[in-house]
Ligand binder design. Structure first.
Ligand code: SF4
Ligand code: FES
Length: 235
């Protein structure tokens, strides 16, 4: 265990843990949009910014991807930390003014948000869908197309690989803005524009999973496909 100081209070921290995990353990409320506890950190939204003392100097750092170190001092409530989070929220609101999740965070951090009804579902490039697909599902059907040199792109964007996608819908569940739309209707599911065939349970008749997902689970776990095609409730 390490000893760190958060807002003047000495606390014990696990080696390898992040500043954000330790802040949250103290019930300090820090908003996040690109963080998920089960995924690798990404550091995209900057909403989790705090002040960290490094080499004797206070600096702004994103808490979700900053690991703790022995004796580290952290301030969440200084003017600089609060202003940094507010500026991150303001930038997001400037770019995605119609998106509910962005507006909620912006309001919470003191940004003036207009009162009109939010109807947008923009992709805010938080990367949660990409990381979930790769790290949890193990499929990598989504990737970031970066604005690398020589590419005529203003912003990075998400690239969908229809040949890799198994239609599980994890990306739609994790997306904070509703950008990833999934429609399941009877024997078919549509996600990222690809149509998947749903499998009906032979016992209750309910269409419960895409065929491609069951095939993938069978292949990766060795459980026979014949077992998986009966839904969990009827097995
Ligand atoms: S589609 Fe959703 S989850 Fe994926 S990067 Fe965009 S906002 Fe984040
Ligand atoms: S939650 Fe840390 S940068 Fe987004």
């Amino acid at each position: 265990m390490l000893t760190i100081v958060i807002n003047g209070k000495k606390v014990k921290a696990q080696e390898g843990s992040t500043v954000l995990e330790n802040i949250r353990a103290l019930k300090v409320d820090i908003p996040t949009l690109c963080y998920h506890k089960d995924l690798s950190p990404f550091g995209a939204c900057r909403l989790c910014s705090v002040e960290v003392k490094a080499n004797g100097k206070w600096q702004i750092a994103t808490s979700c991807n900053t690991p703790v170190a022995e004796g580290m001092e952290i301030r969440t409530d200084s003017d600089a930390a609060k202003e940094s989070r507010r500026a991150a929220a303001e930038l997001l609101y400037y770019k995605y003014p119609e998106t509910g999740a962005v507006r909620d965070v912006a309001r919470k951090l003191g940004v003036e948000v207009d009162r009109t009804e939010a109807e947008g579902h923009d992709c805010i490039l938080c990367g949660l869908c990409v990381r979930t697909c790769r790290e949890v599902v193990g499929v990598s059907a989504l990737t970031f197309q970066d604005r690398g040199r020589g590419r005529d792109m203003k912003e990075p964007e998400i690239i969908f690989d229809p040949n890799a996608c198994i239609g599980c819908g994890s990306c739609a569940y994790v997306c904070p803005t509703g950008y990833v739309q999934m429609e399941t209707d009877g024997d078919r599911r549509i996600i990222w524009g690809k149509v998947f065939k749903m499998v009906p349970c032979p016992v209750c008749g309910r269409y419960f999973a895409p065929e491609d997902q069951l095939k993938y689970i069978s292949k990766t776990t060795g459980v026979p496909l014949g077992t998986l095609t009966t839904c969990v409730d009827c097995r």
